[in-house]
Ligand binder design. Structure first.
Ligand code: SF4
Length: 189
């Protein structure tokens, strides 16, 4: 990426909206580019759009989205403070796992988004986003709640809110980790 001119978020969005670089373009209703503050200190990265996200064109809508809002509040954040994006911008059919060729085709968009936003922290939600950003095989259960580094970015892996909706233990871990995030950001004592 060195030497490439920096694109604005709007320029990246324009490219993504019409992207047909992988087969996932065939089944999408909407591209889910991501949403939030273009100069956020915190970039939240999930895996890929689900059914509701595909229908509405926004990440983290529905029950998992509402829970994410509650978690952000624990860290002293609101949706307007952060930017939320996924590794993949189009929904995999039946929410199957993303395939390597799809990730390869799509990953540059997230890289460009990260350059444009230039956050202090990247919060990775769940195994997939964490492994992708940290280039690691270590699972989320071991990495969650620990501060990591990827290039010049601080990375804070946590469980995926959707995985915790009906799992009390994971909810407790998520809530603790968002409290820690708030402390790291200086929003909590
Ligand atoms: S998933 Fe990414 S690479 Fe594939 S069509 Fe959608 S925007 Fe393009």
């Amino acid at each position: 990426m060195a030497g490439r001119p920096q694109m604005s978020l709007d320029e990246i969005r324009e490219q993504v909206q019409t992207c047909r670089k992988c087969q996932l373009c065939e089944g999408r209703t909407n591209v889910v580019f991501g949403v939030g503050n273009p100069s956020a200190r915190v970039l939240i990265v999930g895996e890929a759009p689900g059914k509701n996200e595909d229908l509405q064109g926004e990440p983290f809508v529905g029950a998992a989205g509402k829970y994410l809002n509650d978690l952000l509040a624990i860290a002293g954040l609101s949706r307007e403070d952060v930017f939320i994006a996924n590794v993949l911008k189009c929904r995999p059919p039946s929410n199957r796992d993303p395939r390597p060729e799809e990730i390869e085709a799509c990953a540059d968009y997230l890289r460009e988004q990260t350059r444009a936003i230039d956050p202090d922290f990247i919060v990775t939600l769940g195994n997939f986003a964490t492994k992708f950003i940290l280039k690691t095989d270590v699972g989320i259960t071991r990495l969650r709640g620990t501060l990591q580094q990827a290039g010049r970015f601080k990375v804070f892996p946590i469980f995926h809110p959707a995985a915790a909706l009906y799992d009390g233990k994971k909810r407790e871990a998520l809530e603790n980790d968002f409290a820690t995030l708030g402390e790291l950001l200086g929003n909590r004592e």
